[in-house]
Write a protein that binds this ligand. Structure first.
Ligand SMILES: [Zn+2]
Length: 246
C-alpha cells in the first residue's frame, strides 16, 4: 500500500477500475495517483512539452530476435496461423514491417495512422501485438473494449510492459512523464482490466523477464481459450501446411 501525500480533493479516477485514487508521488511536476483497489499508478494528464521520447520507440523494442520471440508467443497462444494481426502503438512501424516480412498480414496502428481501431470490422482480427504501449494509455478500458470487438473468438492480445508491483516509485525510472508513461499497471489492475472486458488472463506470468509478458485470450461461452497450444499446433499441422513464420 502506497501512502497518499494529498487530501481527498486531489483524488482522480483510476483508469483501470474507476476507483477514486489519491496522489502518492510527484514526478517532474506531474501528480501520480495510486488506486487503493487495484494499485494502478497513474497521472490523469501529461503536459505535452515534457514528453521527449513518446512514439519514437525503444531501442530494445525492435530487436529482430525479440520480435521473433514475440510472434512465436502470440502464435503459440493463438494455436493457429494468424490471419490479420494489429501492431497497436506501432510507432515508426519497425515491428509491423518485421511481421509483414515474415508473412503475417499486419496493420500498424498509432495516433496518426490512417487506419484506427474503429475502422476495423467486428471479429476480424486474430492477434494484437502491444509492446510497451499500455503505459501510454489514459483510457485503457475503451481500448480493451475495442480489442474485444475486433478480435475473433480465441484471438490473442500479446502485451509487454513493466508493472508497478513492489516498485519503489520514487526510484523507479519507468515512472516518468518525460517518456509519456501515464498509466503504470499492476498484475491486479491488468487482471481487472482484461477480465472486465471479456478476456482471460494466462495461468501464469513470468516475473523475472526484462519485460513481463501477458497473454490474453478473448472469451467466448462455447469456445474457451486454447489451453495447450503446442498440441493444437501439432494436430492442426496437416490441415494448415502453409508456412506462416520462418
Ligand atoms: Zn484501480
Amino acid at each position: 500500500m502506497t501512502i497518499p501525500i494529498s487530501d481527498d480533493s486531489e483524488r482522480a479516477t483510476c483508469p483501470a477500475c474507476k476507483t477514486a485514487a489519491p496522489v502518492v508521488i510527484v514526478k517532474k511536476n506531474h501528480h501520480y495517483h495510486a488506486c487503493p483497489k487495484c494499485d494502478c499508478v497513474f497521472t490523469p494528464k501529461l503536459v505535452s512539452e515534457i514528453i521527449v521520447t513518446e512514439n519514437n520507440g525503444h531501442s530494445g523494442r525492435h530487436d529482430q530476435n525479440q520480435d521473433a520471440t514475440r510472434l512465436k508467443r502470440l502464435v503459440d497462444k493463438l494455436g493457429r496461423a494468424p490471419g490479420l494481426v494489429i501492431d497497436f502503438g506501432c510507432g515508426q512501424g519497425e515491428t509491423t514491417r518485421f511481421l509483414q516480412a515474415h508473412g503475417v498480414n499486419t496493420i500498424g496502428i498509432d495516433q496518426n495512422t490512417p487506419v484506427q481501431l474503429k475502422d476495423l470490422a467486428d471479429a476480424s482480427v486474430d492477434g494484437i501485438m502491444m509492446v510497451e504501449v499500455i503505459e501510454h494509455l489514459f483510457d485503457p478500458r475503451t481500448i480493451f473494449q475495442e480489442f474485444n470487438r475486433i478480435l475473433k473468438t480465441g484471438g490473442v492480445v500479446y502485451m509487454e510492459s513493466s508493472f508497478a508491483d513492489k516498485k519503489n516509485l520514487a526510484e523507479w525510472d519507468y515512472l516518468d512523464p518525460a517518456i509519456g508513461h501515464c498509466t503504470l499497471h499492476t498484475l491486479k489492475s491488468m487482471f481487472m482490466l482484461a477480465s472486465e472486458n471479456g478476456f482471460m488472463p494466462p495461468g501464469s506470468m513470468p516475473m523475472s523477464a526484462v519485460f513481463q509478458n501477458w497473454f490474453r485470450c478473448k472469451l467466448h461461452r462455447s469456445q474457451p481459450c486454447p489451453k495447450r497450444p503446442s498440441q493444437r499446433l501439432k494436430s492442426s499441422a496437416k490441415a494448415s501446411p502453409t508456412p506462416w513464420f520462418h
